[in-house]
Write a protein of this length. Structure first.
Length: 310
């Protein structure tokens, strides 16, 4: 009997969705996953998810993330330019993220990281996996009508939530075998959203809802923190959002563990089948046995041979 082949553990990917101030819930999810031995190997983020994802991929642990969240001054990441119609320029957010990650480009992060944005000229999804981290996060977070579009090279970019509200496919592109998606997007609940940011975020969520559902169906597990009633610009509830992230991740742990065990079992079975196939291919091929006759009743003498099927 062949010994079991060595199968590497699944590479876990974390796909963090957009949702403005609701993004603090991502920190709670990360805290609970790590506390239970489920440390993501790769991280992809859209909009608010790209902010948390960049800081996490840079090497911060969940408690450092929480400290940054508590200390964050909302005015330090908002730079309104009156001559552009009161839109947020986004340079302050870019500078904040670059300062937090030690000015490291995306390709030098501790964990593979991707920020997802939308190319304004074509509507294409763009996955940034190299270059200026803060600039990529700024592009991913540039909510249309609230932030100015970001020019990178010869193109302009806006919020990734338009085309990829929860970047499951980007996490797969980073090499993830098992993707945990975190959905904090607004849903059309019949209630009127508060403020311009809330209106725009809900509009983006409605536009990207069908695309988002299709992409989230490709995740192995989807975690949905209960932050649907939180305002998109409400930074005062950051601690509650973190707690909701913890609670949602804790509730999802049995599903995550069961899905991971199934994936491991499936991969082991596939590896066993491949090992048996290769062993059979390496085995020496015996010549066919000679047909029996009245003069040669044994049909093959003393030499080893493979019986011929009738």
């Amino acid at each position: 009997m062949l010994p079991d082949p060595v199968v590497p553990p699944p590479k876990i990917g974390l796909a963090l969705g957009g949702g403005a101030a609701k993004g603090f819930a991502h920190i709670g999810v990360i805290k609970m996953l790590e506390a239970n031995g489920l440390t993501p190997d790769v991280v992809a983020g859209t909009s608010a998810g790209s902010v948390v994802g960049a800081l996490y991929a840079s090497g911060m642990d969940p408690f450092q993330l929480q400290e940054k969240a508590v200390a964050l001054d909302e005015t330090s990441i908002r730079d309104v330019r009156l001559f552009s119609g009161g839109l947020i320029q986004g340079v302050a957010l870019q500078d904040y993220v670059n300062a937090q990650v030690g000015k490291r480009p995306i390709e030098r992060m501790r964990k593979p990281f991707a920020a997802v944005a939308t190319r304004l000229e074509t509507g294409e999804r763009t996955v940034f996996v190299r270059g200026n981290t803060g600039q990529a996060v700024r592009a991913s977070s540039s909510v249309p009508g609230v932030f100015e579009p970001v020019t990178i090279g010869s193109y302009q970019y806006v919020d990734g939530g338009v085309v990829s509200p929860v970047p499951v496919d980007a996490a797969r592109q980073l090499g993830a075998d098992f993707v945990i998606a975190v959905d904090i997007s607004s849903k059309a609940t019949g209630k009127r959203p508060d403020g311009m940011l809330g209106i725009v975020n809900q509009s983006i969520s409605i536009m990207g809802q069908r695309l988002g559902e299709q992409e989230m169906a490709r995740a192995d597990v989807v975690i949905r923190p209960n932050v649907i009633d939180y305002g998109s610009a409400d930074f005062t509830r950051r601690n509650q959002a973190i707690l909701e992230g913890e609670k949602a991740a804790l509730a999802a742990l049995p599903q995550i563990r069961a899905a991971l065990e199934k994936l491991k079992a499936d991969r082991l079975q596939a590896a066993r089948a491949e090992a048996a196939k290769q062993a059979a291919a390496r085995a020496p091929q015996l010549p066919p046995c000679k047909p029996r006759s009245r003069w040669n009743p044994l049909g093959g003498g003393d030499e080893a041979c493979a019986p011929v099927a009738n």
